[in-house]
Write a protein that binds this ligand. Sequence first.
Ligand code: NDP
Length: 245
Amino acid sequence: MTNPTTTKRIALITGANKGLGFEIARQLGQQHHTVLVGARDAERGERAAQHLRGEGLDAHFVPLAVTSDASVTAAATLIEERFGRLDVLVNNAGISLDDAPPSQLSFERLIETYDTNVFGVVRVTQALLPLLRRSDRARIVNMGSAMGSLTYTSDPENMRSGILLLAYASSKAALHSVTVQFANELRAEGIKVNVADPGYAPTDLSGGQGFNTIEEGAGPAVRLATLDENGPTATILALEGVIPW
Ligand code: NDP
């Protein structure tokens, strides 16, 4: 069992080489966590971890492609061997591939989106649960989206209600349900499972023109709200598990 007052908590963030995932990693690192930077590309992942270490944070790259069973299993093995347990899992990796309106969207795009945004979360969560069960205060945070909310996408007053994102929006709606299902199962074990639904942030995914891509010598322009700012950020959920599922 871990003693949270004396031991650094260990947090894995998937898709943490850039964007919101990178910022969550940074914020958790600043909040006394050892952060495991999950990334599917070794160069990008190592560069992000180095960047965080340069800021004095305890960060380590973990190879992790959320669509690959073999990669996810290897990541679980690596984390077990090097760290022995996991306290926080942030399922952040996500893609948005809609390139056509719903009536014309290809099943290829749909399946690819679900394989990352929905099945990837289930795959990673299942593989890492044995390590999370070794923590005395485990937290899982899934990165949903305001786009996954029925009220958000159907409100005629909402400026963005007309956005056509069948694959992305429905995958995030499915993720809400995935979150509740895991929360239902794990509540009795004291593992809190939450979903964070951010609004727009200018990242590569949202067409932010690469604002947040971590290049040598360049810092990311996007950040999450800090703990004293508004809104339940993934960081707060990871630290506190504020929603008592
Ligand atoms: P980015 O495109 O900046 O980052 C996405 C991250 O996910 C990258 O690190 C990417 O890796 C990684 N990734 C994608 N597919 C895989 C995979 N198969 N295996 C491992 N890693 C993968 O996007 P954001 O930071 O904007 O998005 C992060 C999360 O936040 C997503 O779940 C997104 O849906 C959600 N979100 C974003 C919003 C926004 O406005 N930006 C709003 C609401 C929610 P690589 O660099 O190798 O491609």
